[in-house]
Design a binder for this molecule. Structure first.
Ligand code: F6P
Length: 460
């Protein structure tokens, strides 16, 4: 069996139980735990002179190989091209996209450096699986160094529609590099269609049956592989919290009010301001909801050095303060806004206690919070998922209450419907969702992706 080598910018904390840095880390860790292998990436540190070799640490069958980067790399590659150009572009925020030639060069430089540090560790039979927008050029850099292994790429964000993608200066360099992989995977059919549009309409390439693509002188495959989670593990974690100290503490402070829960990195793509305003509309429209509901929004700060993030933080604080000022009473605060992270186990406890999981991003690749919320529910009294149609998860999770996050009135209506939904309907929706999560779990995701990566591509 081939050894699996996974590369992502962010590598999950080595200590189990710590907060993982986003959905990617959760999924990759679950996938790697099953097969073992190498996980290569940035260790989160900034140094003056980076080493040429990664630092390795073996834990069970998994080897972590991580490297620091220089401040210049951090600014040009991570803050710059990855998170000030690609992230807003991929989330349809051209108004926030900032392009700078120096950042693009820095992005390519770091990809080259990662490739040079990784290549001596590779064996001929390794399967290489690269994750996310930070590392699109990695395969191309590895191929320049003579690596001939099968290499796959998976994009955890959306790929925007062609007209948006074309706004990126150097889009051709980036897309040409993407075509150096043997398999390019996306969460949804929309992302795949955007890719095919680029291949056919912009690159003059071809899309053949079975996802085979010919472009930029290469033949490879592209496909849809919606990421899942280990639903059984999450359900087990959540059930351990029945009567736990956390559960009791939260229950005491709720005083039998319905809990509406949001859990998101503090990011403008998550639609948090509109979400708060939709909640305020619920309170304005239905005075019966006053003192009956509490919105708890967990939003750990993220990418504080990137322009736009400080602003969204300020805007949210103002909005939450305004709503609480308008509706709070001496014994009730409508919004609990928490700028901190919790470990996964505590989160499953909070999900399980919620009547509503409110997941309303303006754009999202998949959104594993939606899936974790459902997997954490108990069959006796399951909560209801209110889900944005612009999260990749909405393609599969059709039994959620699907909303347009730009329409705050309709989000308020969905909240009201979720809170008042009879038990029978909640159970029916939950069972259907849970069945999907169990079937399309993270192990199936990994197996299907790796099977496609190893499938030969027809040559003519
Ligand atoms: O899922 C998207 C993603 O950008 C991941 O690549 C990343 O690990 C996560 O969000 C958290 O973001 P950051 O690494 O910038 O803190």
């Amino acid at each position: 069996m081939s050894r699996l080598v996974v590369i992502s910018n962010r590598v999950a904390p080595v200590d189990e139980g710590q907060t993982a840095a986003g959905g990617l880390a959760v999924a990759v860790l679950a996938a790697l735990k099953e097969s073992g292998g190498i996980w290569f990436g940035w260790n989160g540190e900034i140094v003056q002179t980076p080493p040429t070799k990664p630092d390795t640490q073996k834990i069970g069958s998994l080897t972590y190989a991580t490297m620091p980067m220089t401040r210049r790399d951090y600014i040009e590659y991570y803050i710059g091209f990855a998170n000030s150009t690609l992230w807003p572009l991929f989330h349809y925020r051209l108004d926030l996209m900032h392009y700078d030639r120096r950042n693009f060069t820095g992005y390519m430089r770091v990809n080259g450096r990662f490739a040079r540090a990784l290549s001596p560790m590779l064996r001929k039979s390794d399967l290489i699986w690269v994750h996310d927008y930070h590392l699109i050029p990695l395969a191309d850099e590895l191929r320049r160094l003579g690596c001939e292994q099968r290499m796959g790429f998976f994009l955890h964000t959306p790929l925007p529609a062609l007209e948006i993608l074309l706004a990126l200066p150097r889009h051709e360099d980036l897309m040409r590099a993407l075509c150096a992989y043997d398999l390019v995977g996306f969460h949804t059919v929309n992302d795949l269609s955007a890719f095919f549009d680029y291949i056919i309409l912009e690159a003059g390439g071809e899309v053949l049956p079975d996802g085979v693509v010919r472009a930029f002188g290469r033949t490879f495959r592209a496909g849809v592989f919606p990421v899942g989670l280990d639903a059984a593990e999450v359900a087990e974690l959540a059930s351990q919290h029945d009567n736990s100290p956390e559960q009791k503490r939260l229950a005491t402070t709720l005083q039998e009010r319905y809990l509406i829960l949001g859990v998101d990195r503090l990011d403008y793509s998550k639609g948090l301001v509109a979400r708060f305003r939709a909640f305020a509309k619920l309170l304005a429209a239905d005075p019966r909801m006053h003192k009956k509901v509490t919105l708890m929004q967990i939003a750990p700060p993220s990418r504080g050095d990137v322009r736009g993030y400080a602003e969204i933080r300020r805007e949210l604080e103002t909005t939450a303060g305004h709503i609480n000022g308008q509706y709070a009473d001496f014994d009730w605060v409508p919004i609990r806004y928490l700028n901190k992270s919790f470990d996964r186990s505590e989160l499953t406890c909070f999900y399980r206690m919620s009547r509503v999981g409110l997941v309303t991003p303006l754009r999202d690749g998949m959104n594993l919070v939606a899936k974790e919320f459902v997997a954490s529910q108990g069959e006796q009294d399951p909560g209801v998922l209110v889900l944005s149609r612009f999260a990749g998860a909405a393609h599969e999770m059709t039994e959620a209450l699907i909303v347009n996050p730009h329409d705050e009135d309709s989000v308020a209506d969905a909240l009201s419907r979720a809170i008042l939904m009879p038990l029978g309907e909640r159970q029916e929706r939950w069972r259907a969702l849970m069945q999907k999560l169990t079937q399309h779990n993270v192990h199936v995701w990994r197996a299907e992706y790796l099977e496609a990566l190893q499938r030969p591509v027809p040559v003519d």
